[in-house]
Design a protein around this ligand. Structure first.
Ligand SMILES: NC(=O)c1ccc[n+]([C@@H]2O[C@H](COP(=O)([O-])OP(=O)(O)OC[C@H]3O[C@@H](n4cnc5c(N)ncnc54)[C@H](O)[C@@H]3O)[C@@H](O)[C@H]2O)c1
Length: 434
């Protein structure tokens, strides 16, 4: 089948490469000329484990191509463009609108538009109208359908998530579209039935509901962490204690210094905004967002409380991306922390294994960019672990200590054993563990 994918970012590029790997012919389209040029030359614009091999193999095999020119070579296209947050918390649909309005004039027969971007409930109907307006203007009347097929991949594990999804949500009332989507996804659905067919509105809602539930678990644990610290309890023990209950399960119960990324923060706000427009208030989700907002400031508060005065203190920051195994810096906790520390007069030494290039574009305050965690620790009064990259798990602390000026350690992801760190001579602080 020939597939067009509009938007060649974390979602579009992974989806395109995975569909091509399964034998489909895929055209990935993007308005970013530099990105498309890089991809045509085999340069991958994002860090995603396994993606380069997949892109190069399928490009060489002639199943994957990249373009900036709008056309509709097959009968199906996927929209994977950004849907960022607007100033009022609503979703900015301008990228989606532009994409649909550029696509519609190129359609020359029956067509299926599949929305993979995360969009407010009701957006498929809006897309249907944009296409109808264009067809009326053109004086054509091809049959078409707008399907919701939200994406659930996780950056850092995107290929595996796409290849072996927990579920494939297909939202459509049209039997032909359902049949085409089923056939397209058949190779990803061989071992057991993963396709869940539903109406469009429920599919759009499912994506928000999933992210809202996951963010709720994180904020819940973060809130309990603060209480644990106050009372002298240990959130790690509590997590194990509740996670062993099959009704609860142990995933997504890790406390930390706040969630970030391009999805949870904006999707929670979008859902609460949608509810408000319908005179409903989602008070649980409003609290989830508020707890996370505070949690992102927690490390700074701990560091400031420890030192009292931060002027001229040297602080090393290990990890900048919003989570490990990705270079994505969108809404990363490190950005909040760095701003606060810099304002308080601290000197910052930063290191991340892969996101340094992206971080340099966002962090404009004067800081020292380091080659590794050891270099970042040079002369440091404190180390702050913000992103739990694997390479930070077994650090040679004897070497790290030799570099440091003072042995304070703030662990934003509970990566280390408090007793061991204290035995190692550190003044060690983590989340929800006294
Ligand atoms: N990143 C994730 O982990 C993830 C997971 C699930 C769902 N989503 C959702 O998927 C959507 C895309 O997210 P992303 O992270 O891939 O975004 P991204 O910013 O990485 O990529 C989007 C791409 O779309 C391109 N684009 C913008 N306007 C365009 C247009 N008119 N025509 C063609 N290309 C255009 C941009 O240049 C960019 O390359 C969002 O709605 C997001 O919420 C993201």
């Amino acid at each position: 089948m020939h597939i067009l994918i509009i938007g060649t970012g974390y979602v579009g590029l992974v989806a395109g490469a995975c569909f091509a790997e399964m034998g489909h012919y895929v055209t990935c389209l993007d308005i970013d000329e530099a990105k498309i040029k890089d991809l045509q030359e085999g340069i991958i614009p994002i860090f995603e484990p396994g993606l380069k091999d997949l892109v190069v193999r399928n490009t060489t095999a002639g199943r994957l191509r990249f373009t900036t020119t709008y056309s509709s070579p097959g009968e199906i296209c996927f929209l994977a463009v950004p849907t960022p947050e607007s100033a009022d918390g609503s979703v900015n649909l301008s990228y989606l609108e532009k994409a649909v309005k550029q696509l519609a004039p190129t359609i020359t027969g029956p067509y299926i538009i599949v929305n993979k971007s995360t969009v407010p409930i009701g957006t498929a109907a809006q897309v249907t109208e944009w296409v109808a307006d264009c067809f009326t203007e053109r004086g054509v009347s091809f049959s078409y359908d707008v399907v919701s097929n939200p994406e659930f991949l996780k950056e850092g594990n995107a290929i595996s998530d796409f290849m072996k999804p927990d579920r494939i949500i297909i939202g459509t009332n049209n039997t032909h579209s359902a049949k085409v989507l089923r056939s397209l996804y058949a190779p990803f659905n061989l071992n057991n039935e993963r396709i869940i067919l539903m109406d469009v509105l429920s599919a759009e809602m499912t994506k928000y509901a999933a992210n809202a539930m996951l963010a709720t678990r994180i904020s819940f644990m973060n809130e309990l962490s603060s209480l644990c610290e106050e009372l002298g309890a240990d959130i790690t023990a509590v997590r194990k204690g509740i996670g062993s209950d099959r009704r609860i399960g142990s995933d997504f119960l890790y406390p930390g210094c706040g969630y970030g990324g391009s999805c949870f923060p904006k999707d929670i706000k979008a859902l609460t905004h949608t509810a408000k427009r319908h005179n409903l208030s989602l008070s649980i989700l409003e609290a989830v967002d508020a707890v996370n907002h505070n949690q992102k400031k927690l490390l700074f508060k701990k560091i400031a409380a420890y030192f009292g005065q931060l002027k001229d203190k040297k602080i090393a920051i290990w990890g900048l991306s919003f989570k490990p195994e990705t270079d994505d810096m969108r809404e990363a906790t490190s950005l909040v922390l760095i701003k606060e520390l810099y304002k308080a007069g601290a000197h910052l030494r930063l290191f991340d294994p892969v996101s340094m290039d992206k971080a340099k574009k966002l962090i404009t305050d004067p800081v020292v960019w380091c080659q590794n965690e050891l270099e970042a620790s040079e002369g440091a009064d404190a180390i702050v672990l913000v992103t739990e990259w694997k390479q930070f798990r077994f650090v040679n602390f004897t070497e790290v200590k030799k570099k440091m000026n003072h042995l304070a350690f703030f662990d934003g992801r509970n990566q280390y054993n408090p007793e061991e760190m204290r035995a190692n001579g550190f003044y060690y602080y983590s989340i929800g563990r006294r």
